[in-house]
Design a protein. Structure first.
Length: 314
């Protein structure tokens, strides 16, 4: 089986390519990137036109499966017309161009990595795949629209499409929010987050890769949406403590009541950051377990430990 990865130079794509190299069911791995990158350990093809109207068919020649990771990343929670236009151009129309080009090249299956943000930004009960989507920003809205268009394309053409919605992904050299948490703890910054009793689902890089690889050829995967997760939920306090333990450092946590933290965030107009640290977002992965027979191979403790004993180098 031959597999192409869009966005192969990114945090997830780089690690996925390396994992596929060691998978016995994979004959060839090709990463699609915009610019040459010598550090990648697997073959690459330059694919600058993936998101344009031009024909990117040659990028997918001889491939059986495409794992579509590339896209415009989540950079803001704002939901304005200008940002939505750009997100749609790349994440919706660009993803459709990937699907059309891949189909023309003979690709049988496309695995699209979306976002749990399609479900929403907070949950009173764990999200499931059949929940009514509540995307709260331009990024999540574009991912939801891309999902719909790809499923419609699948119904029209017969191309197999699988969708995976991960929450926050952590691992060696993870970017974004998780990197900030590590920086705070590493520098010994006192954090007023010692009394946060929310519940949040995360997914380790290794667990997400395992789910993606399962969806490459599982006969029950096409036409399905799967939520990803570690199968264990943590409070923000527990997460910070776990990161500190994995680093060999003590997280300096001050138990400030959550209502005071929320009020402070409101005064500073940082409600988005407040929601991510203080609110709950849980994911139910029962569907992946039942349909795919999938279990997350790593515990949260092991996933955090691996963040600091290995590096995501390609």
């Amino acid at each position: 089986m031959n597999v192409a990865i869009t966005g192969a130079s990114g945090f997830i794509g780089c690690a996925l390519g390396k994992a596929l190299l060691n998978d016995s069911k994979i004959d060839e791995v090709v990463g699609l990137i915009r610019k040459p990158k010598e550090e990648l350990l697997f073959p690459t093809r330059i694919a600058g036109s993936l998101f344009d109207d031009g024909d990117a068919q040659q990028c997918f020649e001889s491939m059986d499966v495409v794992i579509h990771l590339a896209g415009l990343a989540h950079v803001s929670s704002q939901f304005d017309d200008d940002s939505l236009v750009e997100f749609r151009r790349v994440n919706v129309f660009g993803s459709l161009n990937v699907a059309r080009s891949a189909l023309a090249a003979g690709v049988k299956r496309l695995v699209f990595v979306s976002s749990v943000g399609v479900n929403g930004v907070t949950s009173e009960t764990p999200f499931i795949e059949s929940d009514h989507p509540q995307p709260a920003g331009a990024y999540a809205q574009s991912k939801w629209e891309a999902e719909r268009e790809l499923m419609k394309f699948s119904q029209q053409t017969g191309m197999e499409v699988v969708i995976i919605r991960p929450p926050l992904v952590y691992g060696p050299n993870a970017p974004g929010k998780f990197a900030s948490l590590i920086k705070w703890i590493d520098h010994g910054v006192p954090l007023p987050l010692g009394a946060v009793h929310n519940r949040r689902t995360l997914v380790s890089l290794d667990n997400l890769l395992d789910l993606i690889i399962t969806c490459i050829d599982h006969p029950s995967a096409p036409g399905q949406v799967f939520l990803a997760g570690d199968g264990e939920d943590l409070s923000t306090t527990q997460l910070l403590q776990g990161v500190g333990e994995a680093m060999g450092k003590q997280a300096r946590l001050i138990p400030v009541p959550v209502p005071i933290l929320r009020f402070g965030a409101w005064l500073l107009q940082k409600q988005g950051i407040s929601q991510g640290l203080l609110g709950s977002l849980q994911v139910d992965i029962s569907k992946a377990r039942e349909v795919l027979g999938w279990e997350p191979p790593l515990s949260v403790e092991e996933g955090l430990r691996r963040c600091f004993v290995s590096e995501n180098e390609c």
